[in-house]
Design a protein around this ligand. Structure first.
Ligand code: ADP
Ligand code: MG
Ligand code: MG
Length: 995
């Protein structure tokens, strides 16, 4: 079973390995015994026999399963088996790049390790042994051979990269003897000691479970003793001291001596890597980033011959990108450090130099890297993130993977790589996740700023913000009004913190996820938010927050980046939002592919022009109620609502009509040539009136005022009674009283009081138990016909005026909250009547469409009949979601939805992620029933989901004509509409999962 090895080393190894093996054999024997006993004790043990057969098969499979692949053999496309790092090493080797020889131990071996109760699978070490032997042959070195020792790295790597989560051991194979041999070979004791102490630390930590901090302390201690500030200043002797103290520390803290046998080291290292997959950091990381077992279920262990970047000044180690990941520019980008090893570049122990300086430092290597980046991109057809080491003037590749880039870089590289013929237009589009486009719309941190976040939370709402930390909403509001920039910092937020949100530039919480109150509200307001920053320990009483040892006091300046969840101390260089010029090209491609049109929800000419600028093909929802909230309009609106008779109501409506007409005209002008869908009044009328509490408060204050005037009239007399020396004040008191008495004589106080009391009365009359299910939308339109008449008049007159100015107007009148055809039949003739009157009066022909919002479950069910009258449907998925679930959105999001999400009753917030199975099913029904009646029925969606990529994909699948969303989300929606088609073509269209 074992191959002959150099005597001493082999003995050690065998002893260690045998111990393990004996334990395992014992375990197997016990298991078999237990099972035999079961077989005997159970009558009719067919099942057990079957089980046994299955077991035998498994064992057979395990025995024949191959666990190792050399870099020459491994299939570079199989990341699932070899992990991303292993696959990359195989590919690079096979396309002719210089990679230090080595092999991968598969993720399946790691799976078996866990399946067998955290035990190294039988046969694995034999196979590793064979592969190590081959490696020895290839390198001409011997593992544990003091004359010419082979050193290797043991590196973890799963199908998805998990930066900083799993581990790598460098320089394995060192012991006092092989170290001595290396000194003899290289003549460089300092180098060998440096390599040795690195190995001891990594091996001690990952293999034996010693604490990292202990090693760091020793290292700093010796540095201090030697008066050194940089690692490179440490002498060979100092490093030798470190190495000896490291060994002592390992013995002391783990209770095990450092194993000198390289084979024992290798076994421990492999096991350490295997275990790290289930280590807490890795498990937490996977949970945080939603890495499910179908994406990555284990780690590979890669054994790779060591090359040394720390053998002198003709050596270096570096990391780089084949293009600039911050801008996308087509240049080699990265850092290197002369005379360094492994993580030194990123660990920040010395300041690395930008790769462009390599051109003068090592011109030949620089040329080689330039050539290599072309080769890698040609092979992967994607920007690569690489690691390399230069040993005595030779460039070795150690890693390559697809680069993570920001939206700017993705955009530029997509367009560039298509031009260069590396990728197709479809691939260029698919590289751009629609939601990433949101990054263009917010301020962001300069990608080239060299800064380290203090802590990292959840990216809850995109964009970056800087301001003073304030721990409560009231204070935030006060300071905000004084013009201070505020970061509202809370453990978590609640609805009564809302005024603090308004005042803040950004929101930071130490608790809560992407659907927390803070996240939902901040996103709604378009403000940056980092939530669930658990490293942040907030103490309201002390008005301070701690991150480890750092204390942040109220008023300290911090910066947060809601796009990636980072949180920084102080200010950070920022860039203003801008649309990259390549985006236009990408968008053009997207529009060519997409079937869905993208329209906008826009209520004002300003929003309409923004929508047009972002490429909207129409307005899918123009809400008219906002037009009534302007200061000079609200009193008219209120009077109309308070009117006691239809005539009175009409007279107020007549005053509002020209104002609405002017609004519509402006919007028609802006949208010249494109459809504008105007929704008739939707909200319940009480929303335009003050609340009962407000009115009660005001009337009681007015009554107090009347009484006060009475009392004041008595005041001069009373004052004289008090004493003659106060008499001098009487004239001024009389002056005030006189004016107020005049006010009273005119009965003004009484009139105002009467008005308020009247309003209070009407508000009480209009008051509803459940306003969102009450007299609103078309129901209100039918109860008070003058309101809809006025709006319809305003729409057609605006259209007529626009036509006179040669504007191509396309009004579409949309009736909200419809549940039955009869409602449409009631409204439609009034529309037609006014239409004809206006046409006659202005002597024009106005083309228009009449349709309905579909936002009530019954409307979906009865869509076939609604389509008899409606020429278009537009899904109002906000109300439809509320109705389908019987959830009121505010209550749901603030109270029970977080609980539902936590315990897994609902996976998502249905107000954010369209509920395809329920709400979506109703939509699908409405589409098919509606089109049975009217095959050319135009159907869109104008709920918030209309801007959400996953919902857009669904809308495409069920055959809608357009989605309508907020102007800022239009680029996202256009991209999502294109993705929907491409994914469908490629057959990876998502299908609704059941819940
Ligand atoms: P990570 O997954 O953190 O990138 P790696 O396995 O890539 O970990 O290794 C950590 C560091 O050690 C990297 O800088 C890598 O380039 C370096 N390294 C790994 N193996 C070797 C080797 N055989 N020779 C030299 N350097 C190596
Ligand atoms: Mg690496
Ligand atoms: Mg609605």
């Amino acid at each position: 079973m074992m191959r002959p090895r150099p005597a001493r080393v082999r003995l050690d190894h065998n002893a260690f390995f045998h111990l393990k093996f004996v334990k395992m054999a014992l375990y197997v024997a016990l298991y078999v015994k237990k099972n035999t006993y079961r077989v005997k004790s159970e009558i009719g043990s067919l099942e057990t026999t079957k089980e046994k057969g299955e077991m035998a098969k498994q064992a057979q499979k395990a025995a024949t399963k191959r666990c190792c692949y050399t870099f020459e053999e491994g299939d570079g496309a199989n990341k699932k088996l070899l992990g991303g790092k292993g696959a990359g090493l195989c590919t690079m080797t096979q396309i002719g790049l210089l990679v230090p020889p080595g092999f991968c131990i598969t993720t399946e071996a790691n799976l078996d390790y866990f399946a067998q109760g955290s035990r190294i699978p039988v046969g694995l070490m034999d196979e590793v042994h064979d592969y190590m032997e081959a490696l020895e042959k290839k390198t001409g070195k011997g593992f544990g051979d003091p004359k010419n020792p082979l050193l290797v790295s043991v590196r973890s790597g799963s199908a998805l990269s998990m930066p900083g989560m799993m581990d790598t051991i460098l320089n394995l194979g060192l012991n006092d003897e092989t170290a001595q041999g290396m000194v003899a070979l290289t003549g460089d004791e300092r180098f060998v000691n440096d390599v040795y102490r690195r190995f001891l630390q990594l091996f001690g930590k990952i293999g034996l479970g010693a604490q990292d901090a202990g090693f760091d302390e020793i290292f700093e201690e010796v540095k201090k003793e030697q008066g050194a500030t940089l690692d490179t200043e440490l002498s060979a002797e100092a490093l030798s001291t470190i190495r000896e103290r490291f060994k002592e520390y390992i013995q002391k803290s783990t209770g095990r001596p450092f194993p000198h046998d390289p084979w024992a080291q290798l076994l421990i290292a492999i096991e350490g890597i295997f275990k790290s997959w289930m280590g807490k950091p890795a498990v937490d990381y996977r949970r945080q980033f939603n890495i499910t077992p179908d994406l990555a279920n284990a780690t590979a262990a890669n054994i790779c011959t060591m090359v040394f970047g720390n053998m002198g000044n003709d050596c270096a180690t570096g990391v780089g990108f084949t293009r600039d990941p911050g801008t996308g520019e087509n240049v080699l980008y990265g850092d290197y450090l002369i005379n360094a090893q492994g993580e030194d570049v990123v660990a920040g122990i010395r300041t690395p130099r930008p790769l462009k300086e390599l051109r003068t430092d090592m011109p030949a290597i620089h040329r080689e890297l330039e050539k290599l980046r072309g080769i890698l991109e040609k092979h992967y057809r994607e920007v690569q993130d690489i690691e390399f080491t230069i040993e005595r003037g030779r460039l070795y590749m150690l890693q390559t993977r697809n680069a993570k880039m920001n939206a700017w870089a993705l955009c530029k590289t997509s367009v560039d790589m298509e031009k260069e013929g590396l990728i197709t237009k479809e691939e260029a589009l698919l590289r751009m996740e629609p939601d990433m486009l949101e990054q263009f719309l917010h301020r962001r941190i300069d990608p080239h700023a060299k800064i380290e976040p203090l802590a990292v939370g959840i990216s809850a709402s995109p964009g970056a913000a800087t301001g003073k930390v304030v721990f409560d909403a009231d204070r935030a509001e006060r300071l905000g009004k004084e013009g201070e920039k505020i970061i509202l910092t809370r453990i978590e937020t609640r609805p009564d913190d809302i005024h603090g949100f308004f005042a803040a530039q950004g929101i930071l919480t130490s608790r809560g996820g992407k659907t927390s109150h803070a996240a939902v509200v901040a996103r709604g307001m378009g403000k940056p938010c980092v939530s669930g920053d658990e490293g942040l320990d907030i103490n309201y009483d002390l008005k301070e927050a701690r991150v480890g040892k750092v204390v942040i006091k109220e008023g300290d300046i911090v910066t947060l980046d809601g796009t990636n969840g980072n949180f920084f101390l102080g200010t950070v260089p920022m860039l203003d939002p801008e649309l990259p010029k390549d985006l236009a090209i990408l968008m053009q491609w997207a529009d060519k592919v997409a079937k869905l049109e993208v329209w906008a929800n826009a209520d004002t000419p300003d929003m309409a022009s923004k929508a047009r600028h972002h490429g909207a093909k129409g307005i899918g929802l123009c809400r008219t109620e906002r037009m009534f909230n302007a200061a000079e309009r609200l009193p008219l609106m209120r009077s109309m609502i308070l009117a006691e008779s239809p005539e009175e109501r009409k007279s107020w409506a007549d005053k509002l009509m020209p104002m609405q007409r002017a609004d519509f005209l402006e919007i028609f002008r802006t949208m010249d040539g494109l459809p504008v869908t105007i929704r008739l009044l939707d909200p319940p009328l009480h929303e335009f009136l003050p609340s009962i509490e407000e009115l009660l408060n005001e009337t009681s204050r007015l009554r107090e005022f009347s009484q006060m005037i009475n009392a004041l009239e008595q005041l001069p007399g009373t004052v004289t009674l008090l004493g003659p020396d106060l008499y001098q004040h009487v004239p001024s008191i009389e002056a005030v009283t006189r004016e107020l008495s005049e006010f009273k004589a005119k009965g003004l106080d009484q009139k105002i009081l009467n008005d308020k009391e009247h309003m209070l009365h009407r508000v009480r009359v209009l008051c509803e138990y459940n306003p969102m299910l009450g007299n609103r939308g078309v129901r209100c339109g039918i109860s008070f016909p003058e309101i809809y008449d006025m709006q319809i008049q305003a729409i057609f007159e605006a259209a007529a005026l626009a036509l006179r100015d040669k504007i191509d107007v396309r009004p579409e009148i949309m009736v909200p909250n419809v549940c039955t055809l009869q409602e449409l039949i009631w409204v439609q003739p009034r529309v037609e009547k006014i239409h004809l009157e206006v046409e006659k009066h202005y002597n024009v022909k106005i083309k228009y469409k009449f349709g309905t919002m579909v936002e009530i479950a019954r409307a979906c069910v009865r869509a076939g009949t609604l389509a008899q009258t409606a020429e278009f449907f537009s899904f109002g998925t906000n109300d439809l979601t509320q109705g389908t679930f019987s959830f009121s959105r505010e209550d749901a999001e603030n109270k029970f939805l977080p609980i539902y999400n936590t315990v897994g009753i609902l996976k998502d917030n249905p107000f954010e992620i369209l509920d395809e199975l329920g709400v979506g099913w109703l939509m699908q029904l409405a589409v098919s029933e509606g089109r049975k009646t009217r095959p050319d029925l135009k159907i869109g969606i104008c709920g918030e989901h209309g801007g959400q990529p996953q919902a857009i994909e669904f809308c495409h699948r069920i055959g809608l004509n357009y989605v309508s969303c907020s102007p800022m989300r239009i680029p996202i929606a256009r991209m999502a509409a294109a993705h929907a088609v491409i994914k469908e073509r490629r057959g990876h269209a998502a299908s609704s999962k059941s819940l």
